[in-house]
Write a protein that binds this ligand. Sequence first.
Ligand SMILES: [Zn+2]
Length: 113
Amino acid sequence: MHELSIAAGIIELIESKVADPATVTKVALTASPLSGISEDALNFSFSELCKLKGYTNATLHITTVPVLMKCIHCEKEYKCLVFDTFCPDCGKPERDILSIPPFKIDYIETAEP
Ligand SMILES: [Zn+2]
């Protein structure tokens, strides 16, 4: 369950930027289908760690962005939001990955208590 270590990494980063945990209201992430992250597991790990660390108002928002693929049979380029999406034209699974959006933290939102 590597989502727990990802959540721990996110919390560490917030800790380095925000002094008072209770002021954090929102953490926004970008992931792709190739990040290999279970959103449910990440949400769960994040909320459990938040309880432990005093981030009582923090919520996690995950935006999943598609990976750009190119079919090696018919050269059709297509976007893939679910990893098991195959070529929409010929249905074959073999493809090149043209671009993978990086997994990243977009922003951390805080509010004064
Ligand atoms: Zn194809």
